[in-house]
Design a protein around this ligand. Structure first.
Ligand code: GDP
Length: 265
């Protein structure tokens, strides 16, 4: 298989000097020092696992013979979805938000996993199911666009309403442009159905610190004022630099019930 990229593994991150290491593992905390004094940062540290928990989570994302990580199947309709046998998480977001890159980064320690992309306009968009050993499944949902086609809404709506084993939805938002009008399609669906979800800010390596801070604060405010089901802590990721990827693996492990104890760092 392909070699895993630098910083894909915690062991590589641990060799960095302290400040860079914090930036890679806890990118949101790294921003804290640039905030005006008195800014409420309680929401920055709700999920802040220690090294042991991060390492246990990483082991789940590392495949080997006894622990296969595989693409399972694709589906356009719920009756084609694999049986809801394991706890599940799903990833959703606008086309181009960086969803396939993030899923590839999460699975970078299982380089045999193929994260398929169907971007050809006019092609039917599908839900892609991945199985992580006997522990959980991860679903790559079709991306939505400027004009969310009706078949997208119907597919995602049915999935969100019917999927009994869905433990958490990860809603991806572009870190450079922030929350867009089209993101409300997803937010409204999740809120309407009472589905627990988390917002993930992508491509943070591309955003200047000022833009990133503005988007983080705006989204935090939005979550506080307009949502019920959204986890108050934002997750920041870069699939290029691997920032936030280790923390996100840990959160996925946690919400799927595979990390019963998460001791704080
Ligand atoms: P998707 O349509 O949501 O699956 O988006 P992709 O993962 O294909 O990403 C869309 C574009 O953004 C591609 O050109 C990626 O190379 C780029 N991209 C995705 N994630 C990142 C990131 O973390 N950092 C940077 N700099 N570019 C990214």
């Amino acid at each position: 298989g392909r070699a895993s990229p630098p910083l894909a593994a915690l062991s590589q991150v641990l060799r960095l000097e302290r400040s860079r290491r914090t930036g890679i593992v806890f990118p949101l905390q790294k921003l804290e020092r640039y905030l005006a004094p008195g800014t409420d940062t309680a929401r920055f540290r709700l999920f802040q696992p220690g090294l042991a928990a991060l390492q246990r989570a990483e082991a789940l994302f590392r495949s080997d013979r006894g622990h296969p990580i595989d693409y399972v199947s694709s589906a356009v309709r719920m009756d084609h979805a694999p049986p809801p046998a394991l706890p599940e998480v799903c990833f959703i977001g606008r086309s181009n938000v960086g969803k396939s890159s993030l899923i590839r980064a999460l699975f970078s320690l299982a380089p045999e996993v193929e994260v398929r992309v169907s971007k050809t306009p006019g092609h039917t968009k599908k839900m892609n199911f991945f199985k992580v050993g006997k522990y959980f499944t991860l679903v790559d949902m079709p991306g939505y666009g400027y004009r969310a086609p009706q078949d997208f809404v119907e597919m995602v709506e049915a999935y969100l309403q019917e999927r009994r084993n869905l433990k958490r939805t990860f809603l991806l938002v572009d870190g450079v442009v922030g929350l867009q009008k089209t993101d409300n399609i997803a937010v409204e669906m999740l809120e309407e159905f009472g589905i627990p979800y988390v917002m993930v800010l992508t491509k943070i390596d591309r955003a200047s610190r000022g833009v990133l801070l503005k988007n983080v604060l705006e989204i935090q405010e939005f979550v506080k004022e307009n949502t019920q089901g959204c986890f108050p802590q934002l997750f920041l990721v870069s699939s290029v630099e691997f920032s936030g990827v280790h923390l996100l693996r840990c959160f996925v492990a946690h919400v799927t019930g595979n990390l019963p104890t998460v001791e704080a760092s």
